[in-house]
Design a protein around this ligand. Sequence first.
Ligand code: GLC
Length: 737
Amino acid sequence: MTRTRTGYPSIVCSALSPPHVAPTIALAQEQATDARAIKTEQQMTDDERFSLLISVMGTTGSITTVRDPRIPEGLPMSAGYTPGVLRLGVPALRMTDASLGVTNPGYRPEDKGATAMPASVVVGSSFNPQLAREGGAVIGREARIRGFNVVLAGGINLAREVRNGRNFEYYSEDPYLSAVLGAEAVNGIQGEGVISTLKHYTLNCNETNRHWLDAIIDPAAHRESDLLAFQIAIEHSQAGAIMSGYNKINGHYAGGNHHLLNEVLKGAWGYKGWVMSDWGATPEWDFALKGLDQESGAQLDVMMWRTEPFTEPLRKAHAEGELPKERLSDMVRRILRSVYAVGIDKWGPAPEVDMARHSEVALETARQGIVVLKNDGVLPLAADKPLKIAVIGGYAQLGVLSGTGSSAVLPVGGYAAVIQIGGTGIMGGGRNLYLFPSSPLAELKKLLPTMHIEFDPGQTPAEAVLLAKRSDLVLAFGIRSEGEGFDLADLSLPWGQDAVIDVVASVNPNTIVVLETGNPVSMPWRSKVKAIVQAWYPGQAGGQAIAEVLTGKVNPSGRLPITFPADLAQTPRPELPGLGTPWGTPIIIRYDEGAEVGYRWFAKKGEKPLYAFGHGLSYTSFDYHDLEVGGGETITASFTVTNTGKREGADVPQLYLTEVPGEKRMRLLGFERVELRPGQSRRVTVTADPRLLARFDAGADHQWRISTGTYRVALGKSANDFVLTGAAPLTPRLFGR
Ligand code: GLC
């Protein structure tokens, strides 16, 4: 990894950046780090050991109103604080949420805002690992300048459920894409000397009553999906910490899941960092015996589950011999090891923060993550015709939407508007419609000075139709506020927007819909509109990016990281168990689709979605040819991509497994985002992670099994649009853990 003038990482990597140093050096470093952690831990008193096993929240005035005495007076705070052991050079751990930027939901009134990056699903749509890493560097740099040495970023749960309110915080429905992007984001953060997490381990794929949700899944299928995302992401990022989720998996809470923490994460995978709980997700002290190393947000546990923090019963258990000294030492050493591996004990002056560059990264991420789903020739908007354009709805005069919950970022200069939505449960108070001050309307007026552009708020069909009737073209915005703690009841747009879009498109055939949502939507008006653009939650420069794509200043290259179903009947759970049940209701969700998540499910069921995983249109065209497929230990495919159109653009050719001996099976094996000038070609090679070709044998072997025979693959523009196919024999073998 090289560094640019300002010290920001500038790397060229394909799908996965290899470990940064040669294996031998890495091993020596690893052993030295392990030895240091042991040495420091051995010098600690038990009081010092226990002090590391808990984090407490700062004071926001809502959830926590009284400052915890362990937090030094005047220290700028956020989600977590763990006292250090200064006599041994162990710094305090200062934690902040930061998946989409450094958050500040009221902890630091003096902090006037951070770079508000586009949602992770936008990074997912970019299919661009380098961009993920650059976004991580932005977040790492802005955390460090504030003194935060641990960030709670790295959300890589799979979008199993298109009603999950938190999907905007995650990358995709595919384990490989999620792992690749999550790993690079963590590498960007840790490259700035800040520890990052990967979260929420695992199957935290729904928000309704998440503290009482039991996610049931076949263990082998779990290994081939959500766990594989974590496994690959850990291998390629060495994330300093893993955050366990709120929910249960197969009957045992994630934070106290012996199988998933001790046997899989720490045993089979050999993970050396530490496991922190989610905030208020440690109902029992014996989670420490089942793999949990640190309780987070202790005040919430006291509020929800117990009368005292985790460390009190832990001390008692230790005194009574129920908590072995070796385990106590191991918990501490894991934390110390990540402290030393990332180097937060060696901080010098914080590197400069180039906020202008950070804004550029936020803008570029939005540009690359906007997906054009439909275009009947109406895009890009021709700037030379003096058209009358109606911009309707979506608060487009004010800005663009962001998601709600713990990842919400206060942008520099503040929000354009915050409209309280409210709701039940612990997250209801923070459920707001947040608008970042990047107005699509204002940005369109800058780029289309000769056009006559008028705005209508889209309040009612009767009012909106009046402007639509007397316009040459309509840009109708559809928004939906989604966020932590809530699942969607269906895929419709709220507040009557579907009716507004339908009636507008009925009177004006030149209607273009721009969506700002965190999940797929049902689009009952789809056949009536000329174009559909999914901008997701595009971050602090989202209005500019939307305008640049609509006007063709930017050639769109986003590809869907989540399948858009035609309706919920196509999904594994047409009825979402527990939806709407009162706070505290136990729920069981059986993820019977197993590893067949998203496009894999649609392939298995032979269903055609509204828009496929990997789908996205460009203003130019691309051709694939000369596909060569090799076999042996894994599949290696080489092919040439050519820009056959008239303007530069980027494409994302995707290689899929389509059939293994004896059965059809869809797996994304690899992808590459390729930027090409007109007529330019690029030869691309994809080598599949062999675990994507294998079944996990959860029986005696607990290994990956590749069977003998011929494996069929397809090179496509999406999971439903194959251009070339090929096949190759693979060598049968058992491998990995
Ligand atoms: C939240 C989230 C988690 C976040 C933590 C701290 O409830 O589940 O992602 O990092 O609490 O805010």
